[in-house]
Design a protein around this ligand. Structure first.
Ligand code: DGY
Length: 323
């Protein structure tokens, strides 16, 4: 008999076909976030959960007595209570690698857009406000030869550094662990302490996972150290930034601007954010390309199938379950 699995949102057919060859698949038909109680209810009888944009916590796990694997369709797994899964010997997997360049592309797009006022200028033209060419119109900030500070030099941080190098930027980074010399050399990246990256970056781009240590990593104190001409780029997690402090820093021009793909209480925005001209706001679309979303779905499916077949999945988040 095929094991039963639950998929929390519709996925590309190719991934569903792969799953269906090995499993009895139930898919939630709408692309909207189920509440934990609903996920738990759907998981009463299943051995595998393919989690796409849902929380997996005690409320889910306490109802899912047969669950053996939670395959997260995403690289960040702060929405999954990994400790609670480990306690129950449930394997947790994620989808790193396939979305690295796509997310870095978007981070760099935000950087370009906010520095060169691309969205603001587009709005200006569309709204028929452009009357004549002016020498002093829409001045932005240069990107080339500036200093790009990368907070978190994991896969996506490294890909961002490569993009910065392409624009002749100087690359500084700060990370939990210093990268090895070969990586620093390849990226031309200089390791600096937390205070230096805040003080010296013209563009500070966040690439850290959300953990208790990175919650409100950037707040009022950090903004006070940044250059008034600096821009913050966040494609990592909204809760890494104290949004109240960010709004204050943007309003007072303590910093020059921000490019944000993620928000502290997304999809809800701080009410002041949309009123500001010095921000570019995106709806958490870092990995949203056709190629990458298919890659994520296929990798999540492969992880899930491996775990159900007793093989070690390629992307295990809690390897302790195997010891
Ligand atoms: C990720 O992969 O973590 C993206 O943010 C989608 O959740």
């Amino acid at each position: 008999m095929k094991p039963k699995i639950f998929v929390t949102r519709p996925l590309p057919q190719e991934a569903l076909n792969l799953l269906a060859t090995h499993c009895e698949v139930q898919v939630h038909p709408a692309d909207s976030a189920l509440k934990p109680a609903q996920v738990g209810e759907a998981c009463r009888d299943v051995e595998g959960l393919l989690a796409v944009g849902v929380r997996v916590n005690e409320e889910v796990l306490s109802q899912a007595g047969k669950l053996r694997v939670v395959a997260n369709c995403g690289v960040g797994y702060d929405s999954i209570d990994v400790a609670a899964c480990t306690q129950r010997k449930i394997v947790v997997t994620n989808t790193p690698g396939v979305l690295t360049d796509t997310t870095a592309d978007l981070a760099f797009a935000l950087l370009l857009a906010v520095a060169r006022r691309v969205v603001e200028a587009d709005r200006f033209v569309r709204e028929g406000r452009w009357q004549r060419w002016e020498f002093a119109m829409m001045w932005g900030a240069d990107i080339h030869h500036k200093t790009l500070g990368i907070y978190g030099l994991g896969r996506i941080g490294q890909a961002m550094a490569r993009r910065g190098r392409g624009f002749d930027m100087q690359i500084l980074y700060h990370s939990r662990r210093r990268a090895d010399g070969a990586i620093e050399h390849e990226l031309g990246a200089h390791y600096v302490d937390r205070e230096t990256i805040l003080r010296e970056s013209d563009f500070l781009s966040l690439h850290t996972p959300l953990t208790p240590d990175t919650h409100h990593l950037i707040g009022a104190r950090e903004f006070s150290l940044m250059k008034p001409s600096a821009f913050l780029i966040n494609t990592a997690r909204g809760k890494a930034v104290d949004e109240e402090a960010l709004v204050a820093a943007l309003k007072s021009r303590r910093i020059a601007g921000a490019g944000l793909d993620v928000f502290e209480h997304e999809p809800h925005l701080h009410p002041e954010l949309p009123k500001l001209v010095n921000v570019v706001l995106l709806p958490h679309v870092g990995s949203a390309t056709a190629e990458t979303r298919l890659g994520m779905a296929m990798l999540a499916a492969e992880n899930l199938l491996a775990a159900l077949e007793g093989r070690r999945p390629p992307n295990v988040v809690n390897p302790e379950v195997y010891s």
